[in-house]
Ligand binder design. Sequence first.
Ligand SMILES: C[C@H](CCC[C@H](C)C(=O)SCCNC(=O)CCNC(=O)[C@H](O)C(C)(C)COP(=O)(O)OP(=O)(O)OC[C@H]1O[C@@H](n2cnc3c(N)ncnc32)[C@H](O)[C@@H]1OP(=O)(O)O)[C@H]1CC[C@H]2[C@@H]3[C@H](O)C[C@@H]4C[C@H](O)CC[C@]4(C)[C@H]3C[C@H](O)[C@]12C
Length: 382
Amino acid sequence: MALAGVRVIELAGLAPAPFCGMILSDFGARVIRVDRTKVTMAMDSLARGKQSVALNLKSPQGVAVLKKLCIQSDIVLEPFRKGVMEKLGLGPEELLKENPRLIYARLTGYGQSGSYAKAAGHDINYLAMSGLLSTLGRSSEKPYAPLNLVADFAGGGLMCAFGIVLALLERSKSGQGQIIDASMVEGAAYVGSFMWKSRSLGLWNRPRGENLLDSGAPFYDTYQTSDGKYMAVGAIEPQFYDQLIQGLGLDAASLPPQMSFSDWPELRRTFARVFAQKRQAEWSRIFDGTDACVTPVLPLDEAGSHPHNRERGSFLRDAQGEVSPRPAPVLSRTPARPCLSRDPVVGEHTRSVLEEYGFDPAHIEQLLSAGVVECNKAKARL
Ligand SMILES: C[C@H](CCC[C@H](C)C(=O)SCCNC(=O)CCNC(=O)[C@H](O)C(C)(C)COP(=O)(O)OP(=O)(O)OC[C@H]1O[C@@H](n2cnc3c(N)ncnc32)[C@H](O)[C@@H]1OP(=O)(O)O)[C@H]1CC[C@H]2[C@@H]3[C@H](O)C[C@@H]4C[C@H](O)CC[C@]4(C)[C@H]3C[C@H](O)[C@]12C
């Protein structure tokens, strides 16, 4: 796999950093998640392929253990508020001094500088600060966040993984590590570059929810079908729009022009009335194999069984029987080989990892009895 041999120390966090760690793990990196001690349950549902060490960083011995792990690793990924790592004596200066090849990835909401750097926040705040949230939502409604996909995952976890891969590539030439300051505000904004850079085209001149791709255009929207399901319509180009009109059984001559903004509400009502006359499966049969850009809106538990996704193996089933997306993109020679076994229990790998990183058994026992580290076993499933 592409990242085979890369060792990552991931400090346990909420959502973006776990996703970043899972991407690295899916593509072959060895990811060791450092959890707190005395936690009953891992919060990480993105733990595929990771190992867990339970370590109390509030003790000087715990800090020393983490340092030793980082000295022998390629990447440390930290998801805390600015200043937390420095307060622990684990800031980049300390760690890079001991391991100049270390890539020190800091994944935060607001970045390592600026007046908000130390403020708490979540996806919705970062999305709001990026400028993008103001554009998301239906006409005459307030802005709404599309789950926590944009800032936490696209602009956060994924962007940080990209930064790590860039730093690894650069290190292969310079031999040096570096610090990655991944701000979710900036990552989200960057993902949304199109919004800024296409403004001169007049694509976003109208209020929220009344433009081409923000649910303003009737040919770029979803429609309810007679069985309460939905179809997604993305028929932007005239040649594809013609096929939409044909599939709906409408007479193009009796409709207003596609790009007549003032007629969009009426056109939307016409499309809605027609879509409501057939079931989703019927519409799928009509539009499959055409270029009308019309597809069913699949619920999560149906996405994996759609013929197209099944043919490509786009979703996988793990040892627990849970279905989730296959890692993307697909590399031809060195594709991801995601681990299918269960997620680690907090502290499950403490002993084995410490042994591997050169801690002698007596030292491990002492750390255990001092409560600096914890070893836990997976509970048997009855
Ligand atoms: C699924 C839910 C997640 C929702 C995601 C949400 C929408 C997001 O947007 S996540 C993005 C959040 N932002 C960031 O990550 C930006 C960077 N980070 C921060 O800004 C901050 O970390 C913070 C604001 C997110 C949190 O601030 P906090 O004050 O708590 O922490 P920090 O200042 O960073 O300091 C950390 C302190 O911790 C110490 N530490 C760290 N590691 C160790 C260690 N090993 N040992 C000892 N100490 C350690 C460190 O030293 C710092 O100490 P100091 O403060 O003294 O300096 C999920 C959201 C809630 C989940 C549920 C909930 O947790 C309850 C259940 C728990 C159970 O286990 C599982 C089920 C739950 C229901 C759980 C389910 C889901 O996971 C959630 C709903």
